[in-house]
Design a binder for this molecule. Sequence first.
Ligand SMILES: Cc1cc2nc3c(=O)[nH]c(=O)nc-3n(C[C@H](O)[C@H](O)[C@H](O)COP(=O)(O)O)c2cc1C
Length: 231
Amino acid sequence: MKITIIHGQSHKGSTYKIATDLASKLNGEVKEFFLPRDFNDFCLGCTTCFMKDEKKCPHYEKLVPITNAILEADVLIFASPVYVYHVTAGMKNLLDHYGYLWMVHRPAEAMFKKQAIVISTAAGAGMKSTIKDVKDSLFYWGVPKVYELGVAVAATSYEQIKESKKKDIEKEEAKIAKKVIKRNGKVKPRFKTKAFFFIMHLMQKTGWNEVDSLYWKEKGWTKKTRPWKNK
Ligand SMILES: Cc1cc2nc3c(=O)[nH]c(=O)nc-3n(C[C@H](O)[C@H](O)[C@H](O)COP(=O)(O)O)c2cc1C
């Protein structure tokens, strides 16, 4: 099982510890990236990725290692501490760079077969909105199965977390890991993803963005071909 972890921070605190502990319970081959350490160019809003080609994004080359690791993984782990009720700027910035992968534009086939885990820790509150920041992209990328692990740690480092809470976190990690292992290679999109894809396929038949429309037509998606089905 190939696992890619995107850490929304460059330091190794509670969020890092939970993400890496969960990954080790999956017993796979792990690649990990830290933001902003491994990618720190802000999206310029040039819209070149949408309107022309993502390869013409000024940051395309720098993003290749992360993009490839995301596309190749069976399981994606996105982990971000809560910063003012949302993901860190580094995580948000990475997601901005993948706007072109949304179903409304040019989703990647590989996304429709993955599982993802979104992890967030806060001192007290904000995990739900933080997890949603990532879940929005995962849904619109077409990722069919997403697990959530949000923890109010009431601490500023992992060591400070109460022992009873650490035990609860470990139990949650084990529960998620068991499900992910069981479903590895077997996930299929749910009705909501298929329904959204269906609407997009109608739109792309006469799409306003030529680049997107052409992409959908070449894939056969404006007809009967679907990215989650084996050819
Ligand atoms: C800039 C910043 C903003 C934060 N905003 C929140 C917040 O909105 N709600 C909250 O409960 N904790 C907030 N925190 C606390 C962290 O989310 C919390 O300590 C988290 O567990 C840190 O994870 P880490 O150990 O992986 O860095 C904030 C911390 C920072 C540095």
